[in-house]
Design a protein around this ligand. Sequence first.
Ligand SMILES: [Cu+2]
Length: 615
Amino acid sequence: MNHPRWHLVVLAITLFVLRVVGNPVSVGLTSPLHPHHRDTCPPPPPRNTGLERVIYNEDAFVLSNDFVVTNTPTTRTYHWRLSWATGAPDGFYRKMMVVNGLFPGPLIEANQGDTIIIHVKNDLDQGAGIHFHGINQIGSLWADGVPGVTQCPIPSGGSFTYEFTIQEQSGTFFWHSHMGNTMADGLTGPLIVHSPADPYIPGKDFDYERVMMVSDWVHQTSDEIIADTFARPANESLPDVAPASFLINGAGVYNCTKAPKNAQCEKRSPPEIHVLPNKKYRFRMISHSSEAHFKISVDNHPLQIIQCDDTPVVGPSGIHRVPIANGERYDFVIDTSNGKDGDAFWIRAPFCSQNAGPGFPAPDGLAILRYVKEGSIPGHNQPTTSDWSVPPLTEGNSCPDLTSNDFVPVQKIDAPKTVQSSWILNSALGSLLNANKVPVFAFFLNNVTFQDYIYNPMLLQLRKGLTLNNSAVAHTVFPQSSGADIVINNKDATIDHPFHLHGKPFFIVARGSGALTADQYAALPPTFFNTTNPLRRDTLVVTRKSYAILRILTDEPGVFALHCHMGWHLAHGKLSAVVVQPDAIPRLALPDEAAHLCDSCNFPPGATLNTTAPG
Ligand SMILES: [Cu+2]
């Protein structure tokens, strides 16, 4: 997997830090390490190791009109079993990680105010953690699902229950594994939160709702890929991973003639979305991609964007292409009055800048939007429609978000006019030594590549009154409840990074080219910042050689991951942490079951508080 961009990037490296992977530095504990009494531990719980077949999960993306949207909260309880299984989303059979045998994973659909209880049984042969992307976790930070940040992994064979109440928010979310990049093995699914206060009303603004999950797809397990990229010398390629195919709602097409000889591979037709003619459909689009960013379009169908992540917006009409990066969500409405029963249209998903691997059906990821009248049998004809002739909404081979100024949040909330704290986060590719002492690329934030001490999570350290180790994780501390700015400088010359902040959406108050030093930032006049109802979201692409200023309210104590949502970048160190009101963190709720995950008896053999893992 040679990468033609690498030599450009080498030129652009302003930082070259040598560090030894897998040989962690001290985590700065003031208390002695727990002795590891495996002899006295109870036997580990039994694990069902049967390898199953993956079941294609249509229920994940058809939202029923029978779902009752209400202000009356309820409790929704789910039972999930994580396991390995064999599946072929694009026709190529591989080992996958799935929930209840399903891919995409089970839909969580709820109302604002509901309490979600998920009983997880981990039948994988490794630890696990499930994150609910975009959910604030107010009062339940222990349920944020990030091993090394808010919890210890759910041990192989073990069980754990996530419980949280969805407060103050509704919109389009998703859940995914946050352990290494095992999301790329299949552990993901939609999480949709309704509210009677949603300004976009079923029956008026749209007739039906569909989930549209989009992603790249690979044929190796994430563990194999991470091991491979950590073994790849920095003078050969970036730790980027060329996708084998594009998936829409968990289905795609791979060219089996490019598959290795011993592989099992079936030719698939492009995935289809069936719609009734003369209706309006609200699509809730979610990118669970690990590498590729896309530009999504539907031939002959302009897109009316009505929501960015969990913020309902008024957007420009007649958008032809929506750029969507990893972890972002866009809701858009399309009108199916552009044809008649039997008509078919291409849904196109070209990559923005990443290279596709061999077997990828170039040039686009494709799917079919097919008009099917009630009671009629869907045809099999391939669309003959043409792509929009307008230029793509991109600059060069980059895929910036639609400008924040393109979208006006429907619910007007101004950002704080002034801030008491700020943090400059410099983001740049660098290099370190792998276990074989070979220089390999890694990602750095403020000169630190994240060392994930998965058995000594930051939340538990902070609860003990400890401070985080500067050499293990780039972080800042916002001591009081106030307004605060995070200035993200993406110093990479050829890579755009989608940054995701856990905990709360941020206000995008400024963006620009180049980078801002602390002095330059401090000299900015108040009028520089757009504080009048700016776009709020939880994931934002900071394009190459540019900066973005995220303004937040630090009114909820906790430790919040701020990281690149390209899973392979995350696995190579691109995670930082925002610590808010550390004095209040010891008082945050921590159920016994969550604390017990960090009992040494729950660690795998040989693991200690000093064990690290990718991302
Ligand atoms: Cu990245």
